[in-house]
Ligand binder design. Structure first.
Ligand code: PLP
Length: 477
């Protein structure tokens, strides 16, 4: 394909995406295809000779589109938002277009340098302590990871190396293996599956401690668990606090957890994957009070900040520990700029890295801070609107409402809400998923798409109540 054909193909693809977004509201969110559908539509072997891009694009419409779940439909309310905006899509396109891999500063200076500046911009937007930022005097710094899962895992590996080093310096008789076998990590039973996975991958027992009625891990619970483990000869090493849990968007109290981690010399990582974006609005920053006591902090611009997947922003208060834990040098990777800019390959698991800062830059320049604030406040307002609708219907129980996430259930036995969710899913017009809160089955409604408006909340509520009518008719409620 030459540059002229690329121009035509690229422009047609952009038109296709723009048309898709203009019609997305009218498409059922969930697809109708069955497992294995695609295998029957494609030949068994790849084509021997190249085909025309027009045929390929037609097949996207014929074969791929029917199997797409419309994540950006205004009626998609499952999980948490996955960000999308046109500036970010163009950022992705340009990143692919340049095709650079930033494994060192010289591998593309603009890539490292834009990342440094973007991480400072994001940190300032959220109101993070200055010492976390690349621009501060101290050893702190920010890096773009691919996902919150990676950030939690990177935090755990760093905490592990730091703890081993600290203890071996204190007691020369201790061996690395002896220490590693005793390390323990903690989080809450409300934390994301990726937190448990970090423990699995990092060979560290991850205790998922019980939360209070509000879904928070309390200081008392953490301290008790630490005391018990220490008494059993184990070594507390890593705590993952949640600012915005996956089930109900609950916020742990960092002012309670932070001093315990300091006292016990335990690494405190903050997972604010979804809700971190809310700190762009000063009125929500009280929810991260105590953040200065954390050792690492992460949020996903790819969830709520309109920057397409993948883009996870992580800061470390003292990046030295991370670089020490991850530094593996080879002569072919060395360049003469060492020390003048971060060598981000030492801040992550992979060697290669994508030019993700470009899409952040595009989004922040085109929306501005105010544009992001407006987006966040609007989505929170829509969640409150849904919560009010739930509260007005006596058949329903509103269970939680935090940021852009509402959970609710039908009053009575769990089986009623389970049946309701099944019926809603069968209709395929809106997409909601299940959760658990205080031992009860709940339905989660997250405002996900940037296209969602009040009329879409009304649409979803109509879908919900029509399905409920078949289970608990309103006349006899
Ligand atoms: N942490 C929380 C609180 C989440 O809600 C999620 C995903 O929804 C994750 C972590 C995992 O995010 P990622 O897909 O970026 O690994």
């Amino acid at each position: 394909m030459d540059a002229e054909q690329f121009r035509e193909f690229g422009k047609a693809a952009v038109d296709y995406i723009a048309d898709y977004f203009e019609t997305i509201r009218d498409r059922p969110v969930l697809s109708n295809v069955q497992p294995g559908y695609l295998g029957d539509l494609l030949p068994k072997d790849p084509p021997q000779n190249g085909e025309s891009w027009r045929d390929v694009l037609q097949d996207v419409d014929r074969i791929i589109m029917p199997g797409i779940t419309h994540w950006h439909s205004p009626h998609f309310h499952a999980y948490y938002p996955t960000a999308h905006s046109f500036p970010a899509v163009v950022g992705e396109l340009m990143s692919a277009g340049f095709g650079v891999v930033g494994l060192s500063w010289i591998a593309s200076p603009a890539m490292t340098e834009l990342e440094v500046v973007m991480m400072n911009w994001l940190g300032r937007m959220l109101g993070l302590p200055e010492e976390f930022l690349n621009c501060s005097e101290g050893p702190g710094g920010g890096v773009i990871q691919g996902s919150a899962s990676e950030a939690t895992y990177v935090g755990l590996l760093t905490a592990k190396e730091k703890k081993v080093k600290d203890l071996m310096e204190e007691d020369k008789n201790l061996t690395e293996a002896e220490i590693k076998g005793k390390l323990i990590a903690y989080s809450s039973d409300q934390s994301n599956s990726s937190v448990e996975k970090a423990g699995l991958l990092g060979s560290m027992v991850m205790r998922l401690l019980p939360t209070n009625k509000e879904g928070q891990l309390t200081g008392e619970t953490l301290q008790e668990a630490i005391n018990k483990d220490k008494a059993a000869g184990l070594i507390p090493c890593y705590v993952v606090a949640n600012l915005g849990t996956t089930p109900t968007c609950a916020f742990d109290n960092l002012e309670e957890l932070g001093p315990i981690c300091k006292k016990e010399n335990v690494w405190l990582h903050v997972d604010a994957a979804y809700a971190g974006t809310a700190f762009v609005c000063p009125e929500y920053r009280h929810l991260m009070k105590g953040v200065e006591m954390s050792d690492s902090f992460n949020f996903n611009p790819h969830k709520w900040m309109l920057v397409n997947f993948d883009c996870s922003a992580m800061w470390i208060r003292d990046a030295k520990y991370l670089v020490e834990a991850f530094n593996v040098e080879r002569i072919y990777l060395k360049d003469q700029h060492k020390g003048l800019a971060p060598e981000y390959r030492h801040w992550q698991i992979a060697l290669g890295r994508r030019f993700r800062a470009l899409k952040i830059w595009f989004v922040l320049r085109i929306y501005g801070v105010e544009g992001i604030q407006k987006h966040v406040r609007n989505q929170i307002g829509l969640a409150k609107y849904l919560e009010d609708l739930v509260k007005k219907d006596s058949r329903f129980e509103s269970c939680s409402c935090s940021m852009g996430l509402v959970t609710f259930r039908l009053k009575g036995d769990d089986s009623l809400s389970k049946k309701l969710l099944q019926k809603i899913s069968d209709r395929k017009n809106v997409f909601l998923i299940a959760g658990h809160l205080n031992g009860k089955f709940v339905i989660r409604y997250a405002v996900c798409s940037r296209l969602t408006e009040k009329r879409d909340v009304d649409f979803s509520w109509k879908e919900i109540t029509e399905a409920a009518e078949e289970i608990v008719p309103s006349k006899i409620s």
